[in-house]
Design a protein around this ligand. Structure first.
Ligand code: 5GP
Ligand code: ZN
Length: 115
Protein backbone atom coordinates (compact mmCIF):
# COMPACT_ATOMS: atom_id res chain seq x y z
CA UNK A 1 0.00 0.00 0.00
CA UNK A 2 1.20 3.48 -0.86
CA UNK A 3 0.64 6.20 1.70
CA UNK A 4 -0.30 8.91 -0.74
CA UNK A 5 -2.25 6.84 -3.26
CA UNK A 6 -5.92 7.75 -3.63
CA UNK A 7 -7.03 4.20 -4.45
CA UNK A 8 -4.97 2.64 -1.62
CA UNK A 9 -6.82 5.05 0.71
CA UNK A 10 -10.14 3.93 -0.79
CA UNK A 11 -9.23 0.25 -0.20
CA UNK A 12 -8.34 1.04 3.42
CA UNK A 13 -11.61 2.98 3.86
CA UNK A 14 -9.80 6.25 4.59
CA UNK A 15 -11.66 7.79 1.67
CA UNK A 16 -15.30 6.75 1.25
CA UNK A 17 -16.45 4.86 -1.82
CA UNK A 18 -19.53 2.99 -2.98
CA UNK A 19 -18.40 -0.62 -2.85
CA UNK A 20 -19.85 -3.04 -5.37
CA UNK A 21 -17.46 -5.96 -4.93
CA UNK A 22 -14.70 -7.18 -2.62
CA UNK A 23 -12.62 -10.32 -2.18
CA UNK A 24 -9.14 -11.17 -0.93
CA UNK A 25 -7.40 -9.63 -3.95
CA UNK A 26 -9.84 -7.20 -5.52
CA UNK A 27 -11.92 -4.15 -4.67
CA UNK A 28 -14.67 -2.79 -6.93
CA UNK A 29 -16.44 0.56 -6.49
CA UNK A 30 -18.48 3.11 -8.42
CA UNK A 31 -16.57 5.73 -10.38
CA UNK A 32 -17.20 9.19 -8.93
CA UNK A 33 -17.67 10.68 -12.42
CA UNK A 34 -19.47 7.98 -14.43
CA UNK A 35 -18.98 7.83 -18.20
CA UNK A 36 -21.83 5.29 -18.63
CA UNK A 37 -24.97 4.32 -16.69
CA UNK A 38 -22.84 1.69 -14.95
CA UNK A 39 -19.21 2.66 -14.39
CA UNK A 40 -17.29 0.56 -11.90
CA UNK A 41 -13.58 0.67 -11.11
CA UNK A 42 -12.03 -2.70 -10.36
CA UNK A 43 -8.65 -2.53 -8.65
CA UNK A 44 -6.06 -4.85 -7.09
CA UNK A 45 -5.70 -4.69 -3.30
CA UNK A 46 -1.97 -4.33 -3.89
CA UNK A 47 -0.52 -1.07 -5.09
CA UNK A 48 0.57 -1.52 -8.70
CA UNK A 49 1.24 1.72 -10.58
CA UNK A 50 -0.14 0.61 -13.94
CA UNK A 51 -0.56 -2.30 -16.33
CA UNK A 52 2.98 -1.77 -17.59
CA UNK A 53 4.33 -2.55 -14.08
CA UNK A 54 2.83 -5.99 -13.48
CA UNK A 55 5.13 -8.89 -12.57
CA UNK A 56 4.64 -12.66 -12.29
CA UNK A 57 3.87 -12.13 -8.59
CA UNK A 58 0.82 -10.09 -9.57
CA UNK A 59 -0.77 -12.92 -11.53
CA UNK A 60 -3.35 -13.69 -8.82
CA UNK A 61 -4.45 -10.05 -8.74
CA UNK A 62 -4.87 -9.80 -12.51
CA UNK A 63 -6.69 -13.11 -12.77
CA UNK A 64 -9.02 -12.27 -9.89
CA UNK A 65 -9.80 -8.84 -11.36
CA UNK A 66 -11.01 -10.56 -14.53
CA UNK A 67 -13.05 -13.09 -12.56
CA UNK A 68 -14.51 -10.27 -10.44
CA UNK A 69 -15.62 -8.35 -13.54
CA UNK A 70 -17.61 -11.37 -14.72
CA UNK A 71 -19.13 -11.84 -11.27
CA UNK A 72 -20.13 -8.16 -11.15
CA UNK A 73 -21.59 -8.39 -14.66
CA UNK A 74 -23.69 -11.34 -13.57
CA UNK A 75 -24.79 -9.77 -10.30
CA UNK A 76 -25.70 -6.43 -11.85
CA UNK A 77 -27.48 -8.08 -14.79
CA UNK A 78 -25.40 -6.82 -17.70
CA UNK A 79 -23.49 -9.98 -18.53
CA UNK A 80 -25.84 -10.89 -21.35
CA UNK A 81 -26.00 -7.47 -23.00
CA UNK A 82 -22.28 -6.99 -22.64
CA UNK A 83 -19.87 -4.46 -21.32
CA UNK A 84 -16.70 -2.59 -22.13
CA UNK A 85 -13.44 -2.75 -20.19
CA UNK A 86 -10.88 0.03 -20.45
CA UNK A 87 -7.45 0.23 -18.85
CA UNK A 88 -5.59 3.47 -19.28
CA UNK A 89 -1.87 2.88 -19.02
CA UNK A 90 0.61 5.70 -18.77
CA UNK A 91 0.89 9.28 -19.97
CA UNK A 92 -0.42 9.01 -23.53
CA UNK A 93 -3.53 7.13 -22.40
CA UNK A 94 -4.45 9.88 -19.94
CA UNK A 95 -4.14 7.68 -16.85
CA UNK A 96 -4.75 10.01 -13.92
CA UNK A 97 -4.66 7.72 -10.90
CA UNK A 98 -1.42 5.75 -10.71
CA UNK A 99 -2.93 2.63 -9.14
CA UNK A 100 -3.89 0.02 -11.72
CA UNK A 101 -7.64 0.13 -12.38
CA UNK A 102 -10.02 -1.46 -14.83
CA UNK A 103 -12.95 0.69 -15.96
CA UNK A 104 -16.00 -1.57 -16.26
CA UNK A 105 -18.64 0.21 -18.34
CA UNK A 106 -22.15 -1.01 -19.07
CA UNK A 107 -25.83 -0.14 -19.32
CA UNK A 108 -25.72 1.46 -22.77
CA UNK A 109 -24.85 0.63 -26.35
CA UNK A 110 -21.38 1.97 -27.05
CA UNK A 111 -21.40 3.70 -30.41
CA UNK A 112 -17.85 4.82 -30.90
CA UNK A 113 -15.20 2.20 -31.23
CA UNK A 114 -11.54 3.12 -31.20
CA UNK A 115 -10.48 -0.44 -31.94
P1 5GP B 1 -7.99 7.19 -15.21
O1 5GP B 1 -8.20 8.47 -15.95
O2 5GP B 1 -6.79 7.24 -14.29
O3 5GP B 1 -8.01 5.99 -16.08
O4 5GP B 1 -9.28 7.01 -14.29
C1 5GP B 1 -9.38 7.49 -12.99
C2 5GP B 1 -10.84 7.38 -12.62
O5 5GP B 1 -10.97 7.53 -11.22
C3 5GP B 1 -11.72 8.47 -13.27
O6 5GP B 1 -12.75 7.85 -14.04
C4 5GP B 1 -12.28 9.25 -12.07
O7 5GP B 1 -13.62 9.67 -12.26
C5 5GP B 1 -12.13 8.26 -10.94
N1 5GP B 1 -11.93 8.86 -9.64
C6 5GP B 1 -11.02 9.83 -9.34
N2 5GP B 1 -11.08 10.14 -8.03
C7 5GP B 1 -12.04 9.33 -7.49
C8 5GP B 1 -12.56 9.19 -6.16
O8 5GP B 1 -12.15 9.84 -5.21
N3 5GP B 1 -13.55 8.27 -6.00
C9 5GP B 1 -14.03 7.51 -7.02
N4 5GP B 1 -15.00 6.65 -6.75
N5 5GP B 1 -13.56 7.63 -8.28
C10 5GP B 1 -12.58 8.53 -8.51
ZN1 ZN C 1 -2.35 2.50 -4.59
Amino acid sequence: MEKDCLFCKIIKGEIPSTKVYEDEFVYGFKDINPAAPIHILVIPKKHIDSLSCITDEDEKYIWNIHKAMNKIAEEYGFKQNGYRVIVNCGKDSGQEVMHLHYHLLAGMKFGEKIV
